[in-house]
Design a protein. Structure first.
Length: 645
């Protein structure tokens, strides 16, 4: 390389091996792949992202030292549907591994979202079906691209497909989901840009009631809402250097990619001058939204929004005062388009602090002395729009050493139309002639644990009531029963409400001052039972949703709960395939996979736009500290007189 090129490389030098790819690295990776393996005019890039280095390399890294830097690339050929994976050495701009992955389909791309509507509206069969419904203004038809799944239909075999549902927009800013065009579905071949088949399940009147929600359609608003301002005159308490965040005693790194969106790395807590690791990596591995309607094309509604679309690709640019409030630090996200060129989602991740009430308090009944501390938390968040829904990922770091994760779901219900006199069995009427189907949102979080190091084990903790007898004469006794989950098959577990069940991830190498293994508890806050039959295609493809807990022995290639390529898969990939080996899990490097979610039986109050509803889990220290780690939080200056005696 010439001197100018070397200067550019030096200026763009990455500060840490876990930093996301820079725009220059994305471009160089695409150029290297094209130069070595050009697939021609039909070549599309699904993914160009950081190939994360080995843990040893991350732990050994020192600022300024040379480091491995590689890109993972997934490309495919629209001409024949073949999918390829590449590994690119970015230090040498060279492809060091290239392989064909047979029998898989890449994600639905942003290009495809626009393509589906154009192709469907141009098809004469589609137009004829609309005409039978009295719709002649084709450009007012909203066509939503859904992943097609895999139902063994012979004409769909070997094709990369999208399945559509339709709504009507009377004007560009109309709420189309108030006007479902029931029964009309197009199956679109994405690579050939043609309609494979029209599935017409029968007509229903298109409801045309005005259910617009935006401010421009409202004439009156509440008049008693006073300004609420968050003031941090000295600035926030966090510091950011590159992608590393330091907040009080927490340290973590912010990452981002097109598939998972927000990723957190190397989460640790400073204790007594020592940074103690808690998590190596945490990210939303997969999600699925199974709908309950068995017919009318609706049985195909079970989108894998992470693996089939990419929740990072669909991330919003966040706005101050709207999505985030306070003293904000934003992170941009650089991703690749289908041609391999980089583009930026500005302000894709928001970092800020929030006041969250009382941290701890006690009033001494004998002296009247009062001690109280205000709590604050660090918030790392990102919001994505996936069709009709918005999903916000919110990580909360607390002063007491706990970590909470919350999904905030909002947006617009996916709607269907009712025929005259029809009473829905699988949904709720939310507007005249409009109903929303029963459905679930099931998320799976991949937690690469590192509680005081990489050697951990997972312990199931049940509370058990003791029988009445000589040792329990009054019938009030209960205790706990701990079970080490020794292997992968034994570690496929569900919540037991009658046992108040939770799980502990304990260190094999460190004990607290009381002689207990240091640990963190995984508290399942929103477990969701599965109502899909085990024989159903969605249960086979999304086996992760059948268990609230999976534990696997760490392997760098095992990243996604439903496998790397869930789009149109036949099932069995990901967690069920990996854990079939039944690898041992005691005092080794373990990955915890937690499934949780929302059981959504829609209400009229969820329409025309849905208030935020939440689901999540918590990680609480359990003997990780010798005492309450928040004892050193100072009293608030404005309330000093009431905080201490």
């Amino acid at each position: 390389m010439n001197d100018a090129g070397e200067e550019i490389r030096a200026a763009e030098a990455t500060a840490h091996p876990l930093d996301p790819l820079s725009p220059a690295e994305i471009r160089r990776a695409a150029v290297a792949v094209r130069a070595a393996h050009d697939l021609g005019a039909g070549m599309m890039f699904e993914t160009i992202s950081l190939r994360e280095p080995d843990k040893d390399a991350v732990q050994a890294f020192r600022p300024g030292a040379p480091m491995p830097r590689e890109a993972f690339v997934c490309a495919f050929d629209r001409a024949n549907g073949k999918v390829y994976e590449a590994r690119v050495d970015l230090a040498r701009d060279r492809v060091v591994d290239w392989r064909h992955v047979p029998g898989v389909r890449p994600r639905i791309l942003v290009d495809d979202i626009t393509l589906v509507g154009e192709v469907a509206r141009a098809d004469p069969r589609f137009r004829a079906a609309l005409a039978r419904r009295g719709i002649t203004d084709i450009e007012k038809v909203q066509v939503d691209p859904w992943s097609a799944g895999n139902y063994g239909l012979l004409d769909e075999a070997g094709r990369r497909l999208s399945h559509t549902f339709c709504w009507y927009r009377s004007e560009p800013n109309d709420n189309g989901y108030a006007h479902p065009i029931e029964g009309l579905c197009a199956v679109v071949d994405l690579d050939r840009a043609e309609v494979l088949r029209i599935d017409d399940y029968g007509e229903a009147p298109v409801p045309m009631g005005n259910r617009n929600y935006a401010a421009r359609y409202r004439t009156t608003f509440r008049t008693d809402v006073k300004p609420l301002e968050i003031m941090q005159p000295d600035g926030p308490s966090f510091t950011v250097q590159g992608n590393e965040v330091r907040w009080q005693k927490w340290r973590l790194r912010v990452g981002f990619n097109g598939r998972e969106g927000l990723v957190l790395h190397t989460i640790g807590y400073e204790d007594g001058g020592r940074l103690r690791p808690v998590l190596h990596r945490a990210a939303l591995s997969e999600m699925v939204v199974p709908y309950a309607h068995p017919g009318g094309g609706h049985f195909r509604k079970n989108a894998f929004d992470v693996g089939e679309y990419g929740i990072g690709v669909l991330a919003n640019s966040l706005a101050l005062g709207c999505d985030c409030l306070g003293a904000i630090r934003y992170f941009d996200a650089w991703l690749n388009d289908s041609k391999g060129d980089p583009y930026c989602i500005e302000s894709a991740v928001c970092l800020h602090e929030e006041d969250v009430g009382i941290l701890w308090k006690h009033t001494d009944l004998f002296t009247g002395a009062v001690d109280v501390r205000r709590a604050r938390r660090l918030v790392v968040s990102s919001i994505s729009t996936v069709g009709n829904y918005e999903y916000g990922q919110f990580w909360y770091f607390h002063q007491d050493g706990s970590i909470h994760f919350e999904i905030k779901a909002t947006g617009i219900l996916n709607t269907a139309g009712l025929r005259p006199g029809e009473k829905p069995d699988y949904g709720t009427i939310v507007s005249p002639g409009v109903y929303a189907h029963y459905h679930q949102h099931v998320f799976n979080m991949r937690l690469d644990m590192a509680v005081d190091g990489e050697r951990n084990r997972v312990v199931e903790v049940d509370t058990v009531a003791l029988p009445v007898g000589p040792d329990n004469p009054h019938g009030n006794a209960f205790t706990i029963r701990e079970t080490v989950l020794e292997s992968e098959l034994r570690a496929q577990r569900n919540v037991d409400f009658n046992a108040a069940r939770f799980w502990k991830i304990t260190s094999a190498d460190r004990r607290n001052a009381l002689g207990q293994p240091t640990a963190y508890r995984l508290l399942p806050l929103n477990p969701v039972p599965t109502f899909s039959s085990p024989q159903s295609m969605v249960a086979r493809r999304a086996a992760f949703m059948t268990r609230q807990l999976w534990v696997s022995a760490y392997h760098p290639d095992e990243m996604h709960a439903a496998g790397r390529y869930p789009n149109q898969s036949t099932g069995g990939d990901g967690l069920p395939a990996w854990t079939a080996a039944d690898r041992p899990l005691v005092d080794t490097d373990v990955v915890v996979w937690h499934s949780f979610g929302l059981h959504h039986l829609p209400r009229p109050e969820d329409f025309p736009v849905q208030p935020v509803t939440t689901a999540g889990f918590a990680l609480h220290p359990s003997g990780f500290f010798d005492e309450n780690p928040a004892l050193d939080v100072p009293p608030a200056a404005s309330t000093m007189s009431c905080c201490v005696d």
